[in-house]
Design a protein around this ligand. Structure first.
Ligand SMILES: Nc1ncnc2c1ncn2[C@@H]1O[C@H](COP(=O)(O)OP(=O)(O)O)[C@@H](O)[C@H]1O
Ligand SMILES: [Mg+2]
Length: 259
């Protein structure tokens, strides 16, 4: 059984938007160009721009506009911050900082913070050995203190969900209710992906949680890293993630010719 991988964030976002249940959980996403970014900044104030085919948080830039600030335009890439008086001077600089390939512009979600660092969540969803979708792991990812992405390969720290989110839960939402919500979000996302990409066996959903505890889908990975789940105190999570991945052949070597 072959595993299907999909690189294009554009194609994956379209798969989610085709799903009635999910479309409102996807931040507005467009192909990046000058006019689109200007419009989106006016509307949302904060935009993430990122390569259509990107990973590890590489090339991701956070752009902000605030009419009342001087200067009103800013962006940050890696640890470097820039600010500008005009949109055009900002965009010209952005073109020199971004990678030279197609980019998306996405409505920015103000991530929750833990000890002044942003965090988001990774929800792992896999076909179990009977072929049924199962949410097998949820882990938080705490951004490096001076970065705008949470990826492990960009200095992020994988951490237990409870530690990061507890102080943000309100009287109406218990930890177990919040986990349940993420579990079913994961399954819904897997089903939406499966409709477009039938041979996908596993997905890792990047989920941003905002102040109202709304869970937004930032992107879906079809080559999710199973090993971050080794960082959880509960060892049974990684064991299951790994067992399922072995069952659908994730770690199989290329077939060798007979000796
Ligand atoms: N729209 C957004 N709002 C807030 N943070 C974002 C947004 N898009 C990306 N990020 C941050 O940047 C990280 C990397 O972006 P992502 O789309 O997952 O690309 P990659 O494929 O490089 O992981 C995310 O995990 C998140 O921390
Ligand atoms: Mg990601």
């Amino acid at each position: 059984m072959a595993i299907q991988r999909v690189l294009s964030k554009k194609a994956k976002t379209e798969a989610l938007l085709a799903d009635r249940k999910l479309k409102d959980l996807v931040p507005l996403t467009r192909q990046l160009d000058r006019e689109t970014l200007q419009e989106m900044l006016k509307k949302f104030g904060m935009i993430y721009v990122k390569p259509v085919n990107g990973t590890y948080g590489l090339g991701v830039i956070r752009v902000e506009y605030s009419a009342g600030s001087t200067p009103p335009y800013r962006f940050q890439s890696e640890e470097k911050k820039h600010s500008f008086q005009s949109f055009d001077s900002m965009y010209d600089k952005l073109l020199t900082v971004k990678r030279k390939r197609p980019y998306l512009a996405q409505q920015g979600i103000e991530l929750l913070k833990y000890r002044k660092r942003r965090f988001d969540l990774r929800v792992m969803v896999q076909r179990n050995p009977r072929g049924i979708w199962e949410t097998t792991g949820i882990i938080g990812r705490l951004a490096h203190p001076r970065k705008i992405v949470t990826n492990y390969h960009s200095g992020g720290t994988p951490m237990d969900l409870e530690i990061l989110i507890s102080e943000h839960l309100d009287g109406h939402t218990t930890m177990s209710a919040f986990r349940k919500k993420l579990n079913s979000l994961g399954i819904d996302t897997a089903r939406a992906m499966e409709r477009r990409f039938p041979r996908v066996q596993e997905i890792g959903v990047d989920v941003a949680v905002d102040r109202s505890l709304k869970a937004w889908i930032l992107e879906v990975n079809t080559m999710p890293d199973p090993f971050i789940f080794r960082k959880l105190k509960d060892r049974s999570v990684f064991r299951k993630v790994y067992r399922y991945a072995v069952a659908y052949g994730r770690f199989k070597k290329q077939a060798r010719s007979p000796r």
